[in-house]
Every structure is written in structure tokens, then in C-alpha cells.
Design a protein around this ligand. Sequence first.
Ligand code: NAP
Ligand code: ZN
Ligand code: ZN
Length: 332
Amino acid sequence: MTIPRREATPHDVEIEILYCGVCHSDLHTARNEWHFTAYPCVPGHEIVGRIKRVGDHVIKFKVGDVVGVGCMVDSCRECEYCKEGLEQFCVEGNIQTYNSPDKHLGSQTFGGYSEKIVVDESFVLRIPGNLDLAATAPLLCAGITTYSPLRHWNVGPGKKVGIVGIGGLGHMGIKIAKAMGAHVVAFTTSESKFAEAMRLGADEVVLSKDPAQMEAQRGKLHFILDAVSADHDVNAFLSLLRVDGSLALVGAPEQPLPVAAFSLILGRKSFSGSLIGGIAETQEMLDFCGKHGITADVEMIGISQINEAYERLLKGDVKYRFVIDMSSLKNE
Ligand code: NAP
Ligand code: ZN
Ligand code: ZN
């Protein structure tokens, strides 16, 4: 279908989209698993592209710059959270890259599975020059969604950190936690990812469906980042935390996850969540990844393979992020 894009206003940049990552949130939204999809829906919030046009008042960017757009394209910019750089928690609700009300054109926002996008420069990110562009696209969601909680819960040297669910988010979580200096334990349900988790940077790997391997980690972890997209037993993971440890959910399964009171009481543990990250922190994450040479492990697809990619995502069968080569949209 043909979607409308606004003419660039003085603060906007128009971006030709080169690559767009395929996040599991795209799948949840396309299939209305969170029950708030406005159709027609164009997903995609891991965007890397080249600037084709800049508005008269744009100061950060020029035509030809390679830039990124993540999950947000606007917010109120005036509430206490926006002022603190926590636009994702804007009291008015942040404007998501897709499936949010579009104050310019009146319908909903449309995401990165498209040829171009027009975005206010305040929500556009600089891409470090040394990184492969296609493999950088997933940093715009999977990268920041794991970087932000790892920073917030002070992951670093001397900390033992669990990453649960080795998909798009989880594999970035392993790489980033390792680069922060932590001891990283990867938890997977997929035997095929067991050896590979070590290659990604994990110090230990646990097959989470093996009770003996889980028992060996009991009470050992300072922090756990849970990136599982489907129903699973969080109590089994809470039991692996040390006293005062925290488990943060970034995965957003369709159904509620039951938590037993004693999973938290015995050990003063915290069960919490985290949503992407602010714009300044997203830039910080990109610069951190540039410095450490971190990108995603990607499988390139053309736009016509998207349904097959969604089916494979549901089976945990991607190593570790699908990225759409957006030139396929013009060619297919
Ligand atoms: P993904 O690539 O599909 O990875 C999810 C992983 O979870 C799978 O690779 C698999 O890892 C594990 N898993 C899947 N089904 C499972 C099951 N039934 N039981 C146990 N483990 C299972 O998805 P993603 O793109 O990384 O996204 C993960 C979740 O985070 C999604 O729900 C997504 O919507 C959400 N998300 C949240 C935010 C946020 O801001 N909070 C941002 C982006 C995405 P193993 O094979 O290793 O077990
Ligand atoms: Zn995402
Ligand atoms: Zn706000």
C-alpha cells in the first residue's frame, strides 16, 4: 500500500530507509496480541537510513548523514520525565514510531517497513561511523532496551548477570553486559543456542528446562534481564537471585505472568520492568557500541519474506535478528 508522509517541517529530517530490524514487538502488534493495534499497521522501529532533506531550522544533521530512528518519534517534551531524558515515560504518552496517533496527519504513525520517514531531528540518532549499517539497525530497539536496564541496575565488574531468552534482545543483552564488565550467564530453552551463547560473550550458559542446571545457579545472580516473548515461569528465575537481587522484565508476553509472594519475600527481591530508553541514553548506547565494536548478529531478508520471518520468530528460530534490506521494497 502507499502511505502518506508529511512534508518536512522546519525541524524535521526526511530519511530514506536503508535497513529495518524485525522486532518481536512488530509481530505482537501486527497480530494485535496487545489488543491496541490500529489498522492498517506498518511496523518497524529499528531504522537506519540516509538523510535526503532537512528542514530550515535543523541543526544536528545535514543531507547525506546516516542516521537512526528507534521506537519513539515524539513526546510532550515538557513533563518532568521528558525533561529528565526519560521520554519513553512521558506523562502524555510517548509517540511511538508506529501505531501511535499522528499529530501531523491525523491518522496513526507508520513505521520503518517503508521507503522513507519524516522525523523531528530531536528524535533522530547519530550512527557511529565504524559499524556495519544493517547490523546496527537492531541497536535502535534491541540495543537500547537491554542497555538501559543494565545501566539502571548498575551492571558491571563484580556483578553476575543473567540474560533470559536469547533472541534479538537477549543476544544484545549478552554482548552489552559483557562489554560493561559483568560475568554473564545466558539462559536458553534452545539447545541449538547453547554453544553459541559463549561465542556471543556469555561466561556460562544454562539450559533453562534442565532443573539440575537451574539448581546450580540458585541464589547466585545479582540481576536478571528477562527478554522472553512468551509465557514462562518467572518464579524459577527469581529463585536464582541473591538477597536484594532484581529481575527486570523487558519481554512483554500477551498473558499475565504469575509471581509467588515467597519468590520475592525470601530474599527481599525485586520484580520490575523496563521500557526501551530515552533519546540521550539511546545515543549513549550507540556511542558505547561504536567504542566496543558491538552490533547485532543479523539474517538479511527481503520485505516479501516478512511472514516467514514472523513464523520463525515464534519458534525462537533466528540468529539473532532479521533485518529487512529496504531496497527490496522497490525491487519486489
Ligand atoms: P525474539 O527475538 O523472538 O526472542 C525471544 C526469545 O525468547 C526467543 O528467542 C527464545 O529464546 C525465548 N522464548 C520464546 N518463546 C519462549 C517460551 N515459550 N518459553 C521460554 N522462552 C521462550 O524476541 P525479541 O525481539 O528479542 O523480543 C522479546 C520480547 O521483548 C518481546 O515480547 C518484545 O515485544 C519485547 N520487547 C520489549 C521492549 C521493551 O521496551 N520492554 C522492547 C522491545 C521488545 P531461547 O531460544 O533462548 O529460549
Ligand atoms: Zn522493538
Ligand atoms: Zn512528556
